[in-house]
Ligand binder design. Structure first.
Ligand code: BES
Ligand code: ZN
Length: 599
């Protein structure tokens, strides 16, 4: 029987921790949330596991944390030292354990706590709000921790918030507010630091199914419950594909608009952007994606951020399999086509090394890596394997993989060895037959990538041709189009499309007032790249409004990038950013700033 090599703990270039000496085995967190000071103060109590029997120091990661005291369980002070500040990694906290099995760190967050966003009532539907975003290496800015995905442990927590607000975590959660603002949480399964999450706000809960529900501010909670009605069927589809859901409940939390992602797979409690509340359930595939992470990512976890395709590429693949179960193959083909289009657009902008599946992010901020390569090239790779070996064989392998490696980490080399011996060789397929090396350690998209024919998109292509040949927008055949078809139309229209045609489109279909974030983004990108925006005040207003209203980093950067491509647009981008940035989450603000600085 083949024994895969999984190192005890992978070396992670993005952490100071040395878990092969001492690893954290359990965390108890006790924090007080101070909205006035915008600060968390608290105590982290770590139970330690000695990986090397004679090890005596435990090393934690910190980012702008004030360390107030370090003691053993009995309160005796332990020697400790904070290392120099590294602009990517922050400061190490090295503690002499003196043989202790428990260390206790009293600390407070600093002014540059990048995981935290503190929102004033004007940025929510009415009350103060706090949420965390720990992935990839921001957990260390609100908890001292071994901030590497290679280390995982259970945690529990006591969180003290202003009475009247509800606190929720990536853990077993309350559904009712407590009178005194004190909440207790337990996450009995071992999780890596990037999956520890907290949110505090004026939250209400609505059940969606027997083991699922949604938390949101009162003004949106009913709309959210309607939008996410398919959550339980998605869970059932996912379990049919790859085995039991191992986390007990699956709840959703709808964040305020500045949440910087579409979704974040915090275990037991996925965080989602309110832009999913499109009113027509057209964007719920993001829920399928975050749910899929309950297997790919949260059960079997990338060992380092260089291996992130093992989280995200697998999850896009799994997501689209769930989509296919619920909404059919035609619908899924549209999603796959849009994914490929977006990947090609990103590939054109990347340095070659950033287009490999196996990334090299050492000495870089992991957030400066490619956005879509791990997702879309990763999922295309699995679709290609599926095409070669057959769906049944790949599914059987994946179900077993999630079971066998549950609660463990996985690196690219180990995964490829498994794929060879358990999938390819039994099917009589060699590396060269599938261009394995080219996919994982080579640039771009190899020629054996599958294609995804879509009648729905063919129909859109015909209408695009008609439009450019002079047909009025009102005379196009667009009856019953899904939002994905509109996105496709706007993406295929050429940059030199006549401005009169774009004006006719906007007048007829109201794109500048469009609320579906996917359609809105595609329209604004078209209006900017064609320079139509400069002659149409309502479109310029729509650009500014969009960049002011949402905080989803990827979409912000898409629109800013289009602006930054011309001198006039770059000036406008800087002008909008100067006022809008205050409302962005620190990670979105940094991402846009990095992009504008490079322009
Ligand atoms: N885990 C990611 C978000 C993430 C990735 C945060 C890397 C920090 C670093 C999440 O599952 C995700 O992929 N979100 C996507 C949505 C998805 C449908 C592609 C997003 O936010 O756009
Ligand atoms: Zn994801």
């Amino acid at each position: 029987m083949y024994a895969p090599r999984v190192a005890e703990f992978a070396d992670d270039p993005h952490s100071h921790a040395r878990p092969n000496e001492i690893a954290v085995g359990h965390l108890h967190l006790d924090v007080t949330v101070d909205f006035d000071e915008q600060r968390l103060t608290g105590r982290a109590t770590f139970r330690l596991d000695r990986t090397a029997a004679d090890a005596d120091v435990v090393v934690l990661d910190t980012w702008d944390l004030e360390i107030r005291a370090v003691t053993d369980a009995a309160g005796a002070a332990l020697d400790h030292v904070l290392g120099d500040h590294d602009p990517i990694l922050g400061r190490s906290l090295t503690i002499e354990t003196g043989g202790a099995d428990t260390v206790v760190v009293d600390y407070a967050t600093g002014g540059d706590a990048r995981a935290l966003q503190w929102l004033e009532p004007a940025q929510t539907t009415g009350e103060r709000f706090l949420f965390t975003q720990s992935q990839p290496i921001l957990a260390r800015s609100w908890i001292p921790c071994q901030d590497t995905p290679a280390v995982r442990h259970p945690y529990d927590a006591t969180v003290r918030v202003p009475p009247g607000l509800l606190a929720v975590m990536s853990a077993e959660n309350p559904t009712e507010r407590s009178a005194d603002g004190v909440y207790s949480f337990a996450m009995p399964q071992p999780v890596p630091s990037y999956l520890v999450a907290l949110a505090v706000g004026d939250l209400e809960f609505r059940p969606l199914g027997p083991r699922s529900g949604v938390y949101a501010e009162p003004a949106v909670v009913d709309a959210a419950a309607w939008e996410f009605a398919d959550t339980e069927p998605m869970m059932e589809a996912a379990e049919r594909l790859y085995g039991p859901y191992r986390w007990g409940r699956y709840d959703l939390l709808v964040l305020p608009p500045s949440f910087p992602y579409g979704g974040m797979e915090n275990p037991r409690l996925t965080f989602v952007t309110p832009t999913l509340l499109a009113g027509d359930r057209s964007l719920v595939t993001v829920v399928a994606h975050e749910l899929a992470h309950s297997w790919s990512g949260n059960l079997v976890t990338n060992a380092t951020w260089d291996d992130i395709w093992l989280n995200e590429g697998f999850t896009v693949y799994f997501e689209t399999r769930i989509d296919e179960e619920l909404y059919g193959a035609d619908y899924t083909a549209m999603l796959l086509r849009l994914g490929r289009q977006a990947l090609e657009a990103e590939l054109a902008t990347l340095a070659e090394r950033d287009t490999w599946l196996s990334l090299d992010l050492a000495h870089r901020d992991p957030e400066s890596g490619p956005d879509l390569v791990p997702y879309e090239k990763g999922s295309l790779f699995l679709r290609m394997i599926e095409q070669v070996v057959g769906r049944e064989r790949l599914d059987a392998f994946l179900a077993d993989y999630f079971d066998r490696f549950a609660f463990r980490s996985m690196d690219t080399v180990t995964f490829l060895a498994l794929l060879r011996t358990e999938v390819l060789e039994p099917a009589g397929v060699g590396d060269a037959d599938v261009q394995l090396e080219a996919w994982v350690y080579g640039p771009g998209v190899p020629a054996n990538a599958p294609e995804f024919p879509s009648d729905a998109f063919d129909r859109v292509d015909r209408q695009a041709d008609a439009l450019l040949a002079g047909t009025a927008a009102a005379d196009l055949d667009t009856a019953g189009w899904a939002p994905q078809q509109w996105v496709h139309l706007l993406r295929v229209l050429p940059t030199d499309a006549p401005h009169a045609v774009l004006a006719d489109l906007d007048r007829t279909f109201g794109f500048s007032a469009q609320r579906n974030i996917e359609v809105a983004t595609a329209w604004l990108e078209l209006a900017i790249r064609s320079e139509y925006v400069w002659g149409a005040a309502e479109v310029d207003d729509a650009v500014a409004g969009f960049l002011d209203r949402h905080g989803r980093s990827l979409y912000l950067r898409r629109v800013y990038a289009k602006l930054a491509a011309t001198p006039r647009g770059l000036d406008r981008a800087r002008e909008i950013f100067a006022t809008a940035a205050a409302g962005y989450h620190p990670v979105a603000r940094a991402g846009v700033a990095r992009m504008l600085d490079a322009a």
